[in-house]
Design a protein around this ligand. Structure first.
Ligand code: SIN
Length: 519
């Protein structure tokens, strides 16, 4: 493999955590690996809700931390929850200073939305459902203007270079498929997103398929909480892949869930009805779908025509799907949305491998537990991007004088076979989805093994199968139901709450022999 050395800090990914960390590292030179043109293809830009932060004087970081703990079903680290929620306000002010046009009231205060399982309206938003897009617009502009940041657009990280427990750089290839190059670097920050796209039904952008978690796992990093995958209850069920999101903020405004018989089913299931924790609502939606009752989100009474101006992303998705939300309820399904699990980090974003840090959805910091509280995802990415940047800067001490990296043009090579990726996504939805059991998880692992064996020399596919293996193996090992992890064969929640920590080698030990596809 061709090799290059740089003094630049390598950031894998180009979403909110990556951009914010690059700005926090300035003037230290950074090389950012971005598969798409900057600002495109990252989950962050698709985030509709916003950033959770106690901005109202009547609210408090402690109340926000308490809600985070409650939603997380026993496995949130209370110190991490207190730290993240206490830092939230400063990041909202920083993003405002960077040009994010958060919605403001006449008195200048932030307009705050209510989302599920929050005891207070505390989600800072932009034009209803535009928070992710607008925050990313501001950060992309700032990153483009930062002389210290070199962005390698059209390149994809496919692996980590490592030696005896230390990460020494990254392996990259052209995003459309090519031979890999090895870039040796003083530090690597993984900020390459989550794993939702490993499932056939997902709200995540097409490239977000667990690759970043997988490459860390293949290098030997400890992966925490892999079994906890959050399913969003109101993905618009219109046959699109990925499925567009109908933000939870709509339910915060009073939109109701009904089925094709016109029954409002959430009120019977939880005292908070539509604003019950996300895992509860997702399971209810899934049950309605499985029963053929076609769940729908009815925004008509709560919003009427206001949905068109106040929630432009939802309105546009409905228009593309031929749904008129002013006159019709929106068909919805539970879709893989956010991975609470990921690369285990300490409070400064340090992974178990020297030289490797992680922030954003790829990381598992202990904030989300078994069920992430709505709009805590972008918040966690901001907090840990800054903390990881400070930690890297502290460890590297001096600012390296690094010239931009000249990346040679590698020869073309095949990327993952799309048919295998489709099989993998089906296997995950069928075997490691909203409701799980031991036979289904074991079969899922065997199917993953067969998919991996069909293209064993493709690192981008191996990254996906590594993460899929970790999710299914951790789910098999957790013999209880907790938060987003629901086992039909172990419906009880055990009294002792614990986080899971697993290496890929340990997960592979649970994987049965490959099972050929029969359908
Ligand atoms: C939503 O807007 O419903 C999603 C927000 C989030 O995932 O936190």
């Amino acid at each position: 493999m061709q090799g290059i050395a740089t003094g630049r800090i390598v950031i894998v990914g180009a979403g909110l955590g990556a951009l914010y960390a690059a700005l926090m590292l300035a003037p230290r030179p950074v090389l950012m690996i971005s598969p798409e043109p900057l600002g495109q293809g990252a989950s962050s830009a698709w985030a509709q809700g916003g950033v959770a932060a106690a901005m109202d004087p009547a609210d408090s970081a402690d109340a926000h931390a308490a809600d985070t703990l409650r939603a997380g079903a026993g496995t949130v680290d209370p110190d991490i929850a207190r730290m993240v929620t206490a830092e939230a306000r400063a990041h909202i002010l920083k993003l405002t200073g960077l040009g994010t046009p958060f919605d403001r009231a006449a008195d200048g205060g932030y307009v705050l939305s209510r989302e599920a399982a929050h005891s207070f309206a505390r989600v800072v938003r932009v034009k209803g459902d535009q928070a992710g897009a607008e925050i990313m617009r501001a950060l992309v502009a700032a990153t483009r203007a930062a002389a210290s940041v070199q962005v390698a657009e059209g390149w994809l990280a496919t692996g980590l270079a490592h030696d005896t427990g230390r990460v020494t750089g990254v392996e990259v290839a052209r995003a459309e498929g090519s031979a890999a190059l090895r870039i040796t670097a003083p530090a690597v920050l993984l900020a390459g997103g989550g794993s939702g796209g490993l499932y056939a039904l997902t709200t995540n952008p097409p490239r977000i398929r667990g690759q970043a978690v997988g490459m860390a796992a293949r290098a030997g990093a400890v992966i925490a909480d892999a079994e906890f995958v959050q399913f969003h209850p109101t993905a618009i069920d219109c046959g699109a892949d990925p499925a567009p999101l109908a933000t939870e903020a709509l339910r915060g405004e009073g939109a109701q869930l009904v089925n094709r018989l016109g029954q409002r089913f959430m009120a019977d299931l939880h005292p908070d009805a539509e604003l019950a924790p996300r895992d509860v609502v997702a399971r209810a939606i899934y049950a309605q779908t499985q029963a053929g009752l076609r769940p729908m989100l009815d925004t008509r009474a709560a919003l009427g025509p206001r949905i068109l101006a106040d929630f432009p992303a939802v309105a546009q998705a409905c228009a593309l799907a031929g749904i008129d939300p002013v006159t019709q309820p929106i068909p919805v399904a539970a879709a893989a949305h956010y991975h609470m699990g990921g690369v285990a980090t300490d409070a400064d974003g340090r992974s178990s491998l020297a030289g490797l840090w992680a922030c954003g959805e790829v990381a598992s910091t202990g904030l989300h537990g078994a069920n992430r509280l709505a709009s805590n995802g972008l918040l966690e990415a901001l907090v840990y991007a800054r903390r990881a940047a400070l930690s890297i800067a502290g460890e590297l001490c001096a600012i390296p004088d690094a010239a931009p990296v000249a990346l040679p043009d590698p020869p073309p090579a095949a990327g993952p076979d799309p048919a295998l990726v489709a099989r993998l996504r089906r296997a995950m939805t069928e075997g490691a989805g909203v409701i799980r059991d031991a036979p289904g998880l074991s079969r899922c692992l065997a199917r993953i093994a067969a998919i991996e064996a069909a293209q064993p020399d493709c690192p981008a596919l191996l990254n996906m199968t590594a993460t899929a293996t970790l999710i299914a193996a951790a789910a098999l090992m957790r013999r209880e139901s907790r938060g987003a992890h629901c086992r039909s064969d172990f419906p009880e929640t055990l009294p002792q709450a614990r986080r899971s920590r697993l290496t890929l080698a340990e997960a592979l030990a649970l994987r049965p022999a490959p099972e050929p596809e029969t359908t």
